[in-house]
Design a protein around this ligand. Structure first.
Ligand code: NAD
Length: 352
């Protein structure tokens, strides 16, 4: 029976990337019945919202989606569709593997890291108070002089529940994927309440995996330096939302940049697979951008479905096309378009 999967086309370069990626996934032989849905700036003009209810309902019903990137218009009052999807469906894990591929230009080789980022709490919860509002003034009063008058305020909050489930996810992932170590990253020397709690909970969770998975802690600033000096020391890295957002771009940089970095947003029983990069609107409709990141997100989706052989064949095909450098996009030093690179990967899969 075919898997029923929501395909959110997105906007900017999203529609061309999702079209090619769907074809590549189908070439593995895994049967998929795509439910094609819209979200983003194009549909906003038609429906007055960048995230129509039916799109969200389709993902909630099918419990799995492949999603193209979506623009967050600045200054329109609409919150990010990407953040809204993660929040509405409680997709609390953002999983971003960063692996080197021969042929992708980078200052580093042999990188094989996994970033596990908490996706729903922290400063991204959107609890903010502009300067000179009653709420901001009340908090300023409570701060007893620590916050200057007329400050604007964004609240950082972690729950024990949120810390526990993300750290447990990282350890379970490490066990299932034969990884050796989990590194918890925060800034607990300064933020003793929130980041302090993150470490405290992580240490408790780590006890359940003693003897199986090694556990260590790093401060976020030190971790940034360590990763560019000796990335080989790290394996699975678990972080709260904001640090995770920043560090996952750093790790994408270690393996060649945004064009090659895949990702997944995972909840208890729902998953949305998407590239780390955004909608790259300046390349919209030009058949120019690299489909590799979304195709590798598709590989993660096949693994999630338990279609391990198809996932392996897809990964091998991508690796071969990238290493050969004949049909690759501009960012990988080639002249191929999105479609031509996708077709080269399809041809490899079919001949495997
Ligand atoms: P971006 O990732 O869209 O693009 C930045 C630059 O990176 C591009 O100009 C291009 O040079 C390069 N790039 C990105 N993807 C590429 C690809 N597949 N192949 C080759 N080169 C690629 O970042 P941005 O310009 O900061 O963001 C554009 C919009 O996307 C914004 O509205 C932002 O909010 C949104 N965004 C969406 C998501 C998402 O949907 N999950 C993620 C990040 C940003």
């Amino acid at each position: 029976m075919a898997y029923k999967i929501t395909l959110v086309r997105g906007d900017g370069t999203g529609p061309e990337l999702t079209e090619v990626t769907a074809k590549v996934i189908e070439a593995t032989g895994v049967k998929i019945d795509w439910e094609v849905m819209e979200a983003g700036v194009d549909i906003m003009e038609k429906e007055g919202t960048p995230l129509p209810d039916k799109t969200l309902q389709s993902i909630a019903k099918n419990k799995i989606a492949l999603k193209g990137p979506i623009t967050t218009p600045i200054g329109t009052g609409f919150r990010s569709v990407n953040v809204a999807i993660r929040k509405e469906l409680d997709l609390f894990t953002c999983l971003r593997p960063c692996k080197s591929y021969v042929g992708v230009k980078s200052r580093f080789s042999d990188i094989d890291l996994v970033v596990v980022r908490e996706n729903t709490e922290d400063l991204y919860a959107g609890v903010e108070f502009p300067e000179r509002t009653d709420e901001a003034n009340k908090i300023i009063e409570l701060s007893k002089g620590k916050i200057r008058p007329e400050s604007s305020i964004s609240i950082k909050s972690f729950s024990e529940f949120g810390c526990e489930r993300i750290v447990r996810f990282a350890f379970d992932y490490a066990v299932k994927n034969n990884r050796k170590k989990v590194t918890a990253v925060a800034k607990a020397n300064i933020m003793k309440c929130t980041d302090g709690m993150f470490y405290r909970v992580a240490r408790e969770v780590a006890k359940d995996y003693e003897g199986k998975i090694e556990y260590e802690e790093r401060l976020i600033d030190n971790m940034c330096m360590q990763l560019v000096q000796k990335p080989e020391l790290y394996d699975v890295i678990v972080l709260p939302n904001l640090y995770g957002d920043i560090l996952s771009d750093l790790c994408a940089g270690l393996v060649g940049g945004l064009g090659v970095a895949p990702g997944a947003n995972l909840g208890k029983d729902c998953a949305v697979f998407e590239a780390v990069h955004g909608s790259a609107p300046k390349y919209k409709g030009l058949n120019k951008v690299n489909p590799m990141a979304l195709i590798l997100s598709g590989k993660m989706m096949l693994d999630y479905l338990g279609e391990f052989d198809a996932a392996k064949r897809l990964d091998k095909a991508v690796a071969e096309v990238v290493a050969e450098k004949k049909f690759v996009t501009y960012d990988l030093g080639g002249t191929a378009g999105t479609k031509e690179m996708g077709q080269a990967i399809i041809d490899r899969i079919k001949n495997s």
